[in-house]
Structure formats: structure tokens, C-alpha cells
Design a protein around this ligand. Sequence first.
Ligand code: 48H
Length: 249
Amino acid sequence: MEKIITEGIIKSYMDDLLKNIEVDVVIVGAGPSGLVCGYFLTKNGVKSIIFERNLKIGGGMPGGGMMFNKIVVQEEAMEILKEFKIRYKKFKEKYYILDAIETISGITYKTIREGVKIFNLINVEDVVIRDEKISGVVINWTSASIAKFHVDPLSIISKYVVDATGHDCEICKIVEKKVGGIKVMGEKSMWAEKGEKEIVENTKEIYPGLIVCGMAANAFFGSPRMGAIFGGMFLSGKKASEIIIKSIK
Ligand code: 48H
């Protein structure tokens, strides 16, 4: 039986990896914005995969606000939540309260079932660059990075890379440092209305082949944080997918 378990797991994982060596879109980060982006891309026929460095999926969402595992979502984003069949309660005019765990679990499940492959425990440590275009990502095991082992990485080729890495906008910082031509402004202090408004405007292609979405978009453009309100994350993930769909199709 042990032999069957081992063979089954290794073969099946390797099959998944081999099928995804070249894809349309690599999304970095399985937080709310990255998951929603992947869902709408795949639903519209654009093959996308997600690399997540953590063991768990969901980024900052399971923590809700200060570990009270609830989130607030505003009216404009509720259509997206309804598509994922997440339950909600109206709180005040135009604001809804959702269970953080149900929301992230529901989004994750539907995203995977739509056909997005999520690889957890893999860190994106660099990008592939060709003719001044971001053309893929460089990956390694998170455990190797934590241990600071010198293990050379592997690469995945793609038409687009989406930076959905949250507050740290890691892929933008890598491109700023190693490729040049862009400048990370850095996230500003709390201002929920402004942060939520600007996050959608900030979702765009910031370098050929590189789209920034979610909290990373506000960090890149120097916009404020907004606390545990998540409508902007969902709208931003959806907008990132629309930019790519329009360009690829
Ligand atoms: C692989 C990586 C890498 C890497 C990071 O932080 P997230 O939840 O990001 P968003 O933008 O989808 O959502 C932001 C939201 O959770 C939040 O923080 C809010 C609303 N804050 C407001 C406030 O005021 O504080 O998810 C990003 C994911 C995480 O799971 C990381 O582990 C992952 O990206 N990640 N994965 N390679 N180099 N860097």
C-alpha cells in the first residue's frame, strides 16, 4: 500500500507540473485578488495557474479584521461574491458582512473547479525576461528559500505574469531592482474610501507582460491601505483578468 501512495502522489503531481510548464498566465499569490483573477481568466478560456509560497491558501483573508474572522464587502463587489455562491448578511446601507473562512474557501473551491491549478509551497523568486517583456517566472520550493539553501530554480513560461502578492508587491520590486524602468511608490497609511477607490484604478499593466492587482496595486502606486474591507480586492482581481482577456483574445 505504501508503494501505491507514494507512486500515486509523485506521478500525479509531476503530471500537473509538466502540463503547466508553459501557460497563458502565471498569477503569483493565492490571496483573494489572485484567486478571483485566476477564476475569471480560466472561465474565459485563458489558461492560468497560481503559485503560492505559503502552506495555506487565502493570503490575508482568513485573519479577517484583527483575527475576528469576518470581512466587510461593499455593494459594488457583491455580484462577484454571488457568482461564488458565498452567503452574506446586509449590515448597513451598501455594506455586507461575510464569514472570512466561508468566503475564501468558497472562492478557492470554485476557482480550482473552474480549472485553475494552484501550486502551494512554491516561492516565485524572479521573473523571466525576453525582449523587454516579462515572459514567465522563476520558481523554487519555499522550504529551500527559508533554509537559505543554494538550490538553483526552475522556470515557467507565460504570456502574462500577475503580481497578486499583497502588501509587499514582490514581483514589482524584483522588476524594479533587476529589470528597471518602473518605480515602487510604497503603500500609504489607512484611508479606506480612498484605498478602495484607487485599487481598481491602480490595477493595470505596469511593465510589458506584468499586471499588478490587489493590495500590490496600491503598494505599487503609493495608495492607502483600507483594513478588512475586501470589495476592492475582488474587483481588482476581476479587472486584472479583463485586461489580459482583452489583450490575448
Ligand atoms: C509566491 C507569494 C509571494 C511569492 C507573496 O496578501 P494577500 O491576501 O493579497 P491580496 O492583494 O489578494 O489581498 C490583500 C488582503 O489580504 C489584505 O492584506 C488587505 C485587504 N489589507 C488591508 C490592510 O489595511 O492591511 O495574498 C498574497 C499572497 C499570500 O498568500 C502570500 O503568501 C503570497 O501572495 N506571496 N507567493 N511567491 N514571491 N509573495
